[in-house]
Design a binder for this molecule. Structure first.
Ligand SMILES: Cc1ncc(COP(=O)(O)O)c(C=O)c1O
Length: 445
């Protein structure tokens, strides 16, 4: 019996021993298409990239660890420069950490320190959205609106104020876009007024919702209106791009699709692409300069901040992304994937919706297409389909709570950004077959 604690103690997941591009191979030699880039849309550059090892080994031999609170390192400075070159022009500083949850929490702390040094200490509330995921540490989980992951811990969370998600397929306000006039964005203004603008410091949102909604982008105009509302009430806007950033959604940062700049960005996953645990909070010049003008230091630090070896790896990964046009590939192949998913939707009674931006796509399952009634949660439909995919050599990311935090099943698809059109066709063939194999029995229930 293994001593290693697993998330699912009864999991029969395969034991992976090798990766190459979009493929993983298990200990029995079976090949899988990694449709989830290493479980949760992490390994953007693909598996087994030799250039990464070529950078890691010599750097580890010379010096691996030299955090920025100890002394300066050109590796961290280089990485920050590369990251800023991909961000909106308003951004000027990078604070590097090891996980997406830390990147989110440090963005919230930057926001807080900004409000305090400006003489606005009453501003302390963060507003976020239901059906969102911002991380699993207590602060980041408090910001999250992922019922399944929150419920057991809710009494000990530092909770945010939650507003409805921007989710057109199941509009909370039962409206249709665009005649809805973006009531979901206007809900932010209501929440700010209810809490008192003098108490609200930030709004946090994923431009494309990953784990909680399965690849759901906000509609056009949403973040432009969010920006206006935040400016009107002197509230900072934090874009959580831990999953959807760095090319995943077919743009450098997903928020680029709305042509607005947030004040802070949290990024992670693709930054280290699983080769090294790297994440970062990006800070706009306006926020960074205000904090730096009034305070000697940003009051937040972790053991591995600005990790030297991690910075070398992240720089290589960002360069690899640019050199191989992975953002463009994500956009092009993402459109091709979504077209294929549309065809699957048209021919399958249990597929209610398909959606996505770039290579961050989702498939939502329903019992009844006309009413959008979900399957009962105890059927575990997403898991059934995930298992059927796994059997056929495709890894996907299952999710629940799509409807109301509890009911609703979806799959998130996010293969490495190096995927080709013919590999997408292979992925679609397996997915179609897997859905078909489960659907017949499901529809009889
Ligand atoms: C949007 C988003 N934010 C934050 C996180 C937390 O990142 P980590 O698991 O690296 O702490 C995740 C992880 O899935 C995420 O998808």
């Amino acid at each position: 019996m293994s001593k290693a604690m697993l998330r699912n103690l009864t999991s029969k997941n395969p034991r992976m021993v090798r990766g190459e591009g979009i493929y993983l191979f298990d200990s029995e030699g079976k090949r899988y298409i990694d449709g989830a880039s290493g479980s949760a849309l992490v390994c953007n550059i693909g598996h087994g990239v030799k250039e990464v090892a070529a950078v890691m080994t010599p750097q580890a031999e010379v010096l691996a660890y030299n955090p920025f609170h100890g002394s300066h390192s050109s590796a961290y400075e280089e990485m920050a420069e590369r990251l800023i070159s991909l961000a909106p022009p308003e951004f000027g500083k990078v604070f590097s950490v090891s996980s997406g949850s830390e990147a989110v929490e440090n963005a919230v702390k930057f926001d807080r320190q900004y409000q305090v040094v400006r003489g606005m200490p009453s501003k302390h509330l963060v507003i976020s959205r239901w059906q969102s995921y911002h991380g699993n540490t207590l602060g980041a989980l408090g910001c999250s609106g992922h019922t399944g992951r929150r419920r057991k811990h809710s009494p000990i969370l530092k909770d945010a104020v939650h507003i409805p998600p921007a989710f057109c397929y199941r509009c909370y306000f039962e409206k249709n876009y665009p005649s809805c006039e973006l009531k979901c964005a206007r809900a932010l203004e209501n929440a700010i007024l209810q809490e008192g603008p003098e108490n609200v410091s930030a709004f946090i949102a994923e431009p494309v919702v990953g784990a909680a909604l399965g690849g759901a982008p906000a509609p056009p105009g949403y973040f432009q209106l969010v920006r206006e509302i935040c400016d009107r009430y002197d509230v900072l806007f934090i874009a959580d791009e831990v999953m959807c950033g760095l090319g995943r959604a077919g743009a450098n940062f997903a928020i680029d699709h709305w042509s607005v700049a947030p004040d802070l960005i949290a990024t992670g996953k693709g930054l280290g692409s699983g080769y090294f645990p790297m994440a970062a909070s990006l800070i706009s010049d306006a926020v960074a300069n205000t904090v730096q003008a009034k305070a000697a230091a940003f009051e937040g630090v972790h053991t591995c901040c600005g990790h030297l070896l991690g910075s070398r790896v992240a720089t290589l990964i960002l360069d690899y992304m640019v050199k191989n046009n992975l953002v463009r590939n994500s956009k092009q192949q993402g459109e091709f994937l979504l077209k294929g998913l549309d065809e699957i939707k048209a021919s399958h009674a249990a597929v209610g919706d398909v959606r996505g931006l770039g290579l961050m796509c989702g498939v939502e399952f329903v019992k009844d297409k006309a009413t959008k009634e979900p399957f009962p949660p105890e059927f575990k439909v997403a898991e059934q389909i995930m298992d059927a995919c796994m059997e056929r050599g495709l890894i996907v990311f299952p999710g629940h709570g799509t409807v109301d935090g509890v009911a609703g099943d979806h799959l998130l698809l996010g293969p490495p950004l190096v995927i080709t059109a013919s590999q997408i066709l292979d992925l679609l063939t397996i997915l179609k077959d897997a859905i078909g194999s489960v659907e017949e029995a499901l529809m009889k229930l």
